[in-house]
Design a protein around this ligand. Sequence first.
Ligand code: NAG
Ligand code: NAG
Ligand code: NAG
Ligand code: NAG
Ligand code: NAG
Ligand code: NAG
Ligand code: NAG
Ligand code: NAG
Length: 363
Amino acid sequence: MGLKDFVVAAMASVLVAVATKTLAITLAKSGCPGYCGNVAIPYPFGTSPDCFRNENFRITCNNSFNPPKPYLRDSNIDFANISIDGELQIPNFVARDCFRKNESEDQNQPTLTLSDLTISSTKNVFTVIGCDSYAYIQGYIDDQRYSSGCMSLCDSSKYVKDGSCIGSGCCQIEIPRGLSEINITAYSFNNHVNVSDFNPCTYAFVVDKSSFTFNRSYLDTLPKELPVVLEWTVTGEGNCTEASSKPYYACKENSECYEPDNGSGYLCKCKKGYRGNPYLSNGCEDINECNEPNLNNCEQKCDNTEGSYTCSCYKGYHLTDGGKDGPRCVPNVPNQFPVIKVALIEGNLCFYSSEQREDFDFF
Ligand SMILES: *[C@@H]1O[C@H](CO)[C@@H](O)[C@H](O)[C@H]1NC(C)=O
Ligand SMILES: *[C@@H]1O[C@H](CO)[C@@H](O)[C@H](O)[C@H]1NC(C)=O
Ligand SMILES: *[C@@H]1O[C@H](CO)[C@@H](O)[C@H](O)[C@H]1NC(C)=O
Ligand SMILES: *[C@@H]1O[C@H](CO)[C@@H](O)[C@H](O)[C@H]1NC(C)=O
Ligand SMILES: *[C@@H]1O[C@H](CO)[C@@H](O)[C@H](O)[C@H]1NC(C)=O
Ligand SMILES: *[C@@H]1O[C@H](CO)[C@@H](O)[C@H](O)[C@H]1NC(C)=O
Ligand SMILES: *[C@@H]1O[C@H](CO)[C@@H](O)[C@H](O)[C@H]1NC(C)=O
Ligand SMILES: *[C@@H]1O[C@H](CO)[C@@H](O)[C@H](O)[C@H]1NC(C)=O
């Protein structure tokens, strides 16, 4: 790494640190702890009645761990992080059915039972690992029972490919929308008798796709827990239309309401041009696009406005529609005035600067 790279990297990490700090401060309710251990707790979540929206968002921070660990309500579900966009990531137990040589049978059947949290169908997949293996996932979609599963076989690890979950050593199926309260059960067809040298267990689990890639070494050992993405919404208050007329409507100034799961509650997000916490009063703050080069496409001058910004040009230029590049500033070249053409050739742009200011709002 060259010195320049190092400086850039160091600056980047300082920027990240500053960004996370300020974000965390604005995301918790004022006067409330922003963290439990290393985990940021954004409102509507909180650790005391003054700090959470209602009982659904109560976090128990257990200080007997170092660092302290946050738990949802009184459950044994601790989590890695909560996002204001309606997601939270938790470590979840892997179901297994093991036949290790000279060991007693080792089996477990994990469940995840918080009914108002659903398993993200877009972020997770149900995965079964093994060569003599099948497994079920059961749960509820609204009040309907749901049950599915997949199987995975192989005679030797020779044909098992890293990254491939098409039924040889590993199989995967999609998760349906709105699934909650799941049970996972792992089974073996023949107690792994002919494969136990390289695969003593069936493993089955729901996992965050982005943090899992199948590896042949998993036929032998797998971590006890893997991350799952759950979805939360504001529930029990109807949909956006119904809730917006109520005094306890969750979406505050400069935010808008949306329904991620067709009727099972709603979420809020800051309007375009704002960011922060839409659940807090004045939590959505205007973004100054002019201070962030990747948020504005002005070539010369940028003026921040509430929720947006406008571009303008220096004297002697005017704004034109630059198509994909956004608005461009082009010199005023009124070619009907030959005098000015002369000035241009001499390279002195001041000569033909016009008094007329040409601002152009494109939003
Ligand atoms: C914190 O965790 C410890 C160890 O698991 C447990 O014994 C204790 O009851 C927990 N405390 C609270 C307040 O939940
Ligand atoms: C949650 O944490 C995991 C790992 O710590 C990270 O990969 C993921 O992007 C985080 N998600 C959010 C929403 O912050
Ligand atoms: C299993 O245990 C039996 C008797 O205790 C022993 O004879 C055999 O070698 C052991 N097998 C392995 C693979 O450890
Ligand atoms: C999950 O397992 C528990 C305990 O075995 C059971 O009470 C519950 O009905 C199961 N849920 C589903 C959806 O099968
Ligand atoms: C295990 O392998 C032996 C020998 O190849 C075969 O006869 C037997 O059927 C296999 N057992 C299972 C359960 O596949
Ligand atoms: C699979 O796991 C092994 C051992 O942990 C590791 O060396 C290897 O890089 C992994 N392969 C892939 C493709 O991740
Ligand atoms: C909201 O709920 C009401 C009452 O259940 C229903 O009439 C309305 O169509 C719903 N609106 C939307 C956008 O789903
Ligand atoms: C919402 O419901 C409509 C009609 O039932 C369906 O077409 C649409 O795909 C659903 N959207 C989501 C995000 O589930």
